[in-house]
Design a protein around this ligand. Structure first.
Ligand code: ADP
Length: 405
């Protein structure tokens, strides 16, 4: 069974075509700079195999529709495409950022689901409209093919009210649905499932802390396989220090910036989302550049690393307290999978909580899942590569296989 996975952003579309027998990737790629004078389409057919073909096209891509048309043409291009015809694509899985309180699990997209996603636009004004563009175009191009929405927020719908309610006037929750939703749910759930297999016990019996450190960063406390708290909040801004996002700050800083620094709400929003985090502290948001600068004696780069890893450690401690018993910590995503220094500093001094790394094993960068804790460590520590596309494809397949209710 072949499944197409779509992650439609405001100016880009990422896609992957998978054959679920053997879970092999038939094609993967990206359409970038949609609506700009020069767009870019990159597609790798049969990646990693001896037949690998890389296609790069630079041309203007007016909108999501023309971008997707070109992708479909490449994927189904006679003898050269990844499949012979559109009919071979059994289903399409869409990443949708915000499902609000409406969606606890992936769902087959129909008009009702589309309007529910529309109703959540206020909660994710940048992401949900772009996700909907992708859905609309693909429904048009593939009429009759089952399309499934997989929500970043769904895994966190099990969080209890004591952890999702902000201490604001309760009407703000009732009227405007202001609460913690959490994001990166597909990634947290995927690595949690993988971890359960590695631990050799059912997910329903696993207590885990999953730590997704990429450009966006978040941590989730998982009790008996279910998310019970997570660091991202109503929007993907709260919690850990990210590439360009601040994470936790005193909420009164908003009013201070407005009253004393002449900033309006748009400017404040921009600074907190795009000019803060690692970038705000040291002008760089790629951890590899930060390490190079630290080696060259750049003190701000050192500070950025210190602030990020200190915040990670603080939340690991908090989630140990929330969970009581923890089977494993899981590091994932770009930094989590590749950066021994960030991992070591995020758990430094936590031997008192039963967390001890094996310094040799922790040197690992990339590759398959690896246990990096020492044999004395009460809590296991794992690196588990995330794979959101595969997770979305699996979810899509499982929705198809579900009996009709
Ligand atoms: P996104 O949130 O965009 O999906 P990724 O999970 O791909 O992000 O992570 C991107 C980040 O991972 C980069 O900004 C970089 O800081 C970090 N990264 C990638 N490779 C390495 C590496 N080898 N060492 C340290 N950091 C890395």
């Amino acid at each position: 069974m072949k499944i197409l996975v779509i992650n439609s952003g405001s100016s880009s579309i990422k896609f992957q075509l998978l054959d679920m027998e053997g879970e092999t990737v038939l094609a993967s790629g990206l359409v970038e700079r949609i609506g700009e004078p020069t767009g870019l389409l990159k597609c790798v057919l049969w990646p990693g195999s001896v037949d690998e073909v890389v296609v790069k096209q630079q041309e203007s891509i007016a909108d999501h529709r023309s971008g997707m048309l070109e992708v479909v043409r490449l994927l189904t291009d006679g003898a050269n495409g990844a499949v012979r015809s559109r009919e071979e694509i059994r289903a399409i899985g869409h990443r949708v950022v915000h499902g609000g309180e409406d969606f606890h699990e992936p769902i087959v997209i129909d008009d009702k689901v589309v309007s529910a996603i529309e109703n959540n636009i206020a909660l994710a004004p940048l992401h949900n409209p772009a996700n909907l563009d992708g859905i609309q175009v693909l429904r048009e191009l593939f009429p009759g093919v089952t399309q499934v929405a997989v929500f970043d927020t769904a895994f966190h719908q099990s969080i209890p009210d004591r952890a999702f309610i902000y201490a604001l006037p309760y009407e703000m929750y009732e009227k405007y649905r202001i609460r913690r939703y959490g994001f990166h749910g597909t990634s947290h759930q995927y690595v949690a499932r993988e971890c359960a297999v590695l631990l050799g016990k059912p997910l329903q019996e696993c207590n885990l802390i999953t730590i997704h450190l990429g450009n966006g960063c978040s941590m989730t406390a998982i009790e008996n396989g279910r998310s019970i708290d997570t660091t991202l909040g109503m929007t993907p801004l709260e919690g850990l220090v990210m590439g360009t996002r601040s994470g936790d700050i005193d909420p009164a800083i908003h009013a201070f910036l407005h009253r004393n620094c002449g900033m309006d709400i748009e400017a404040i929003d921009h600074v907190l989302n795009k000019e803060s985090g690692l970038k705000g502290i040291c002008s760089m948001n790629d951890m590899r550049d930060i390490h190079a600068e630290i080696a060259a004696g750049n003190d701000r780069a050192r500070l950025a690393l210190d602030v990020q890893t200190y915040r990670n450690r603080k939340y690991i401690g908090a989630y140990m307290a929330v969970l009581g018993r923890v089977d494993a910590l899981v590091f994932t995503a770009g930094i989590g999978e590749n950066d021994p220094v960030v991992r070591a500093r995020s758990v430094a001094g936590l031997a008192c909580l039963g967390i001890e790394l094996d310094q040799e094993k922790n040197k690992k960068r990339g590759g398959p899942a690896t246990l990096i804790s020492s044999s004395n460590s009460r809590v296991q520590v794992w690196i588990i590569p995330t794979n959101e596309e595969l997770a979305i494809a699996r979810e899509t397949a499982s929705v198809l296989n579900k009996p009709l209710q």
